[in-house]
Design a protein around this ligand. Sequence first.
Ligand code: GLC
Length: 713
Amino acid sequence: MKMSDRIDSLLSRMTLKQKVGQLNQEMLDFRRLEEIKEKIRKGEIGSLILVDSAFAGHDKSARASVEVLNELQRIAMEESECGIPIIYGKDVIHGHIIVLPVPLALAASFNMPLIKEGYSAIAEAAAADGIHWSFAPMLDLSRDPRWGRIIESPGEDPYLGAQIAKAIVEGFQGEDLSDPKSIAACAKHYIGYGASEGGRDYHKAEISDYTLRNYYLRAFKEAVKSKVSTVMTSFNEVSGQPVSSSYYLLTELLKNELGFEGFVISDWEAIKQLKKQGVADSMKDCVYLAFNAGLDMDMVDRLYIQHLEELVEEGKVSMEALDESVRRVLNIKLKLGLFDHPYTKCDAPIDRSKLRSLSREAARESMVLLKNDNNVLPLSKNAKIALIGPMVNERRALLGAWTLDYDLDEVKTFREALPEIAPEAEWYTCDSGLVDDELRMIRRADVVVLVLGESHEVTGEARSLTSIELPVGQAELVRKARSLGKPVVGVICCGRPVALDNVDDCLDAILYAWHGGSQTAYAAADILFGDVCPSGKTPVTFPRVTGQIPIYYNHPSSGRYVNGYYGEEAINNYEDCLGSPMYPFGYGLSYTSFEYTECKLSSDKISLEALEEGETIKASVLVTNTGNMDGKEVVQCYIRDVCASMTRPVKELKGFEKILIRKGQTVEITFELGKEELGFYNKDRNFVVEKGEFEVYIGDNCLTQNKAVFEVI
Ligand code: GLC
């Protein structure tokens, strides 16, 4: 029987209450297990979220055993009237038992095949634990490192965000959603959450439709194109309209214009909060607004189960609309194969070795070498090394926020990992953590490795900061270390980009290791000792100081003089700070060097008609590894639409390729620029390419001046 026929048949047999039950997600609270079982029997629960606290991202959640999940599923299949399986959802954000780098770090890898492979392995591990659905990828374009959730994001660029959306959705969902190793993905938080004012979590986002469509929507558009199963609404409002009650955003734009066929779930109690946001005067009114906006499933505030039936009976919610939402939910359950295979095998092992090697590879490719004066790196494996700093003996923080299921035994500290990778070196470290003991170590060493960073507890949800400098005391340690006249290497383990203005000149080298997951220390050691050539690039701009925020590369040109970011004259700088960032978007050093030839174009013009027919302009360079070490380079292609009906960014990433180039080898890289790359949403919400001059840049970060010009005629 076709899926649609199965759904029609199911719907025809369901009562109103049972239909509403499919739109209700409850928390698997072990303290209420019997109550939950009873609700399942009555068909009042369509989904369970496997967390036991509102701030799951910071606590190790109680793990539901496969046996318990199968028992609850058995009740749904055998003891409820409809026999509709429950879909189990969980925040499997960047790992399961073994953890990959936080998503912002993964974005720094610019390695989409690796990200896809990593999420495929995570899906297999989560599915083995009975999880059907993950609330990831988080696709909120983020320009504000004060916002703790920037660590979950793909960074500041729409194109990079779109590629990551595709990689994670395909990694999670595989070729066939019914494969027992696949899980459903969830594009979140739709939409504009990363623009929360002041980086204050949950605050309003003031985003014009023009900006929303050309920046924030891009990753979600790609997720829908990649057949993402679900979308989660964000807590914020967009310019006066809470997303969870916006018919324009949820139905007109997401479902009708983008053609999203899965179902929309609210964020945690985001329906209930509509009253607090001042657009609803009762809980029933919250339900009326959210459901009629196009929000299909209610996450844990139990409002749909309380008020939807009544609203249908009163004619304020149409049975047709209700059936449409239930159809969307049943369709995903059918695609997951839950009707035919509702139970999880209890003995399915998790392939830890695959996850472990993927975690290490992802961490290696995510780490960004920001600075390497006098080639102080790589270190000799026979050096006398002082290894000190607040993160030397840290484990949990390296996993980052939004890590619910992890095994700390899988996490080596820097103190354990580095001497293992370089056993011949002389190691000076101290357990005291007292700075004067640490200084004593420095005096005995040839080189100092400072392991610095922030706790995972100051990143993630509800964790905004007013200052993004290194945590208290660390700048002093850096300055003191510098004053002792030894080369100083900073290894920085943070989730967000931190402002390095007060330490940068005291560090000879900076390796940004992020919250790099279970294998952070090993991967950092691989790079520090030259076993691996660093290849990460910044997925977000690194401000000099907090006061520069928001600062991002793909901004429109200012009307007067210069743009600061690109380091032109002082006119546009602050009185007390340069206008340029500490490190720009797409930036990262290598142990080798790469030379680019001039950017060449296949033509100096292309017609609108040709673009409509799918023709493209091809932009090419030759890249040569001129160093004495094999290395990976992220070749980046940017455009500028010089004159258009609306202001356009001075640079926009429209392509990148990460490629291994052997020492002495030359490779040709070509990017195709067609309608999708050259177009933008204009003031009338139409996606258009306009005639006029376009600049193309190809280089190793957004500041590249390797330019060619063509015209759309
Ligand atoms: C949280 C987060 C969301 C998460 C959900 C379930 O509040 O905003 O990202 O998926 O609730 O834990």
